[in-house]
Design a binder for this molecule. Sequence first.
Ligand code: R1P
Length: 298
Amino acid sequence: MQFKFTNANFPRTADGRVYHVGVKHGEVANRIITVGEPSRARTIAKLLDDNSPILTIESDRGFFIKTGCYQGVPISIVSIGMGLAMMDFFVREVRAVVDGPLIIIRFGSCGSIGPATTGSIMVPHSAFAVLRNYDYFADDAESNSKPYNITELFYADPDLCSKKELLQYIPQSELHTGLNGSCDSFYSSQGRLDNNFLDANHNLIEQILVKYPDTRTLEMETFMLFHMAKVSTPLPIKKSQANNKSIRVAAMMMVLSNRKTNEVVESERVAYLEEMSGKALLNVLSKVELDYEENGSD
Ligand code: R1P
């Protein structure tokens, strides 16, 4: 690492770049699509206006950012990799370098444990987390402890997910809505069985469905996005607004597999879903109003 950082509480380079995402003020837009893979970010970035400049940043810690315009409106596409921790890095560090509201929509992939069909799109209204309880595996574990904790629900912004916004762009026959679980492992806490480890997860999917029968899908990031929006501190807003959280969020996922049948999506279908969803997300984000007044008065 060549950079010299100041402030151990929230490290930044001398020119104001946040430590892990690697961006500074002015390099990320208020409207953001976040994805897991740089290739998905590049695919969506091809839909940005070609008559305005596109800034590309790659951080040493695996974040990949493209900022440009769609129909004249600034939008960033940020690839964050995988997992709850990367979503936490992304939301906190981007929040630190962008003024005003943030509207963030995750475009990811997931597996189905319910009626969501392989190759369809899932738009969750809420998400919970499935977290491994490490204490259960300790030598001195309490006899009544459980190997996995399933959290309470955190919610998407209902306006962003409404039929007037995100849902209007997805063909009804290809769309599922409902509840999503975000797990802290691709393997153990998603109920995948691995004989190399004593994961105590043989009935985990059934336990998830007992607590939340409406669960459609499992993946690894959406819960943290919804959670961070919930705990984001308020901004000054117009008096007419009900929601003054500084971060508004939603998610949209491609259903790549079915955990019950082991069916897996074809790559041609993924290419179609990425293009169709990318256009939908850019349309929604470019039209959403920020409703922000810096002095907080009407
Ligand atoms: C696992 O293969 C990854 O794919 C899913 C999971 O949440 C996890 O990040 O999402 P992305 O395709 O958005 O990365």
